[in-house]
Ligand binder design. Structure first.
Ligand code: GAR
Length: 200
């Protein structure tokens, strides 16, 4: 997969890897990925935004930049995923970036796009998989936390790590201040990780 992405960018010179970004909420990572995609030398174009939440604030960024979006109800995950697969195929999406997408994708969906789904997680994986990462890190008096971009595998937050950024937790940090500090790093790390995957 990685080699195919790379050859697409190199052979055409111009052709960018078509991406879809999945979000559930604020979408600050989506916003940073859109800005990244608009850079002249960016290897990606964002063609589709997917959300499980019609009220996700991040959907507005897609609207501002006229990127099409689709919202799917995950009450029936199988149906939602079927529709997503059809949209992704229609738009010839080659890379899926989960960016604050809070639903767990099925094993068969992940298998369908093996090596093509990336996720950003707000901890230094393998530490603190799952939810409430900042709170747990502070309660455990960790000196460091950070963020990780990894390939998505069928085990939650366990796929191969692409890049990580470590930050120091100060004794004054609260869950909120730590989340804010880590988000700033996430916005830099995700584009770097995408470049790395595409140039592998
Ligand atoms: C980010 O911190 C992201 O790492 C985290 O949700 C936040 C979304 O922020 N993702 C997860 O916890 C996934 N397990 P955003 O909507 O502003 O990008």
């Amino acid at each position: 997969m990685e080699i195919r992405l790379n050859s697409m960018v190199q052979s055409t010179g111009l052709k960018k890897v078509k991406c879809s970004v999945f979000i559930s909420g604020t979408g600050s990572n989506l916003k940073s990925l859109i800005h990244f995609s608009k850079k002249k030398n960016s290897p990606i174009s964002i063609e589709l935004i997917i959300s499980d939440n019609a009220n996700a604030k991040g959907l507005k960024f897609g609207k501002i930049f006229k990127i099409s979006n689709k919202v799917f109800n995950f009450k029936n995950r199988l149906i939602a995923e079927k529709k997503i697969i059809s949209e992704i195929k229609k738009k010839k999406i080659k890379l899926i970036c989960l960016a604050g997408f809070m639903k767990i994708l099925s094993k068969s969906f992940i298998k369908n796009f093996k090596g093509k789904i990336l996720n950003i997680h707000p901890s230094l994986l393998p530490k603190y998989k799952g939810l409430y990462t900042h709170k747990r890190a502070i309660l455990n008096r960790e000196k460091y936390s950070g963020c990780t971009v990894h390939f998505v595998s069928s085990r939650l937050d366990s796929g191969k790590i692409i890049l990580q950024k470590k930050i120091r937790i100060s004794k004054f940090d609260t869950t909120k201040s730590l989340a804010r500090k880590i988000l700033i790093q996430e916005h830099k790390l995700y584009p770097e990780a995408i470049r790395k995957v595409i140039s592998l």
